[in-house]
Design a protein around this ligand. Structure first.
Ligand code: UDP
Length: 234
């Protein structure tokens, strides 16, 4: 069936209301919250610190470890606590999304750990988690070429849409979901996954829509960093 109007009234290329804040966890080296609609992610950065077991230490550069978890009561149907195949996969793609902008060469033998928790989930959690993690790394003062900005785009019935919520993801037999992440400064895409079916033309349209959305999301991220340092040095 044609999907002519989005359930929540958004335009097809419109993201949900977004909000970001850094410095939310004082004991962490860096931390951030990122919200899109009803999806909320928090991220905390610890380190550089020792890496154990020692065989994981790298003399050439520090090791980035990302741990993603969707909390049990973040979803309507309680999720079994603890790691899963899904959380292992999302932890890995979070790491891979962030690594290209990070300079870890100063941290030989050491590790930087990033913990991402989804406290409320309404689809698009890996993208929200990556946005929060990038902000937390910047808040920790890590040497970075750029922030990483992430969004999920997809296809609901016959329409390409940006930032799908759970109702859209579950529509009919399930939407096609295409999470992506990029450096808006260099244009490098650091995450591109797809769950579902789209033609080559549709994928191109979706990615272009996502890239445009990332430019706006980046503004939300940058504002969050600026807000923390407002008035500093005066
Ligand atoms: N979800 C859920 N229970 C789970 C895992 C996921 O209810 O155990 C929901 C949650 O709202 C999540 C959505 O399904 O955001 C889509 O999950 P997916 O694996 O596609 O990743 P995401 O879109 O969150 O990056």
């Amino acid at each position: 069936m044609a999907y002519n109007k989005r359930f929540d009234g958004r335009k097809f290329d419109e993201v949900r209301e977004m909000e970001a804040k850094v410095g939310i966890i004082p004991r962490a080296e860096g931390s951030a919250m990122f919200r899109t609609g009803k999806t909320v992610a928090i991220a905390a950065v610890y380190g550089p610190r020792g890496v154990f077991p020692a065989f994981l230490q790298n003399p050439k550069e520090g090791r980035l470890k990302c741990v993603y978890d969707l909390l049990s009561f973040s979803v309507t149907e309680r999720k079994r606590p603890g790691p899963s195949r899904r959380s292992t996969e999302i932890s890995m793609v979070t790491e891979d999304s962030l690594k290209p902008v990070l300079d870890l060469t100063k941290f030989s033998y050491l590790g930087v750990d990033v913990y991402v928790y989804i406290t409320q989930a309404d689809a698009g959690t890996r993208a929200a988690g990556i946005n929060a993690a990038a902000l937390a790394l910047a808040d920790a003062g890590m040497s970075m070429k750029d922030l990483i900005t992430s969004i999920a785009v997809g296809k609901v019935s016959d329409k390409i849409v940006v930032d799908l919520d759970k109702d859209e993801e579950d529509h009919e037999d399930g939407a096609t979901d295409l999470p992506m992440a990029m450096s808006t400064r260099t244009g490098e895409i650091t995450l591109l996954q797809m769950d579902g079916n789209m033609t080559q033309k549709e994928i191109k349209e979706a990615v272009e829509m996502g890239m445009k959305a990332c430019l706006d999301i980046k503004k939300v991220q940058v504002e969050a960093l600026k807000a923390k340092y407002k008035g500093a040095g005066k």
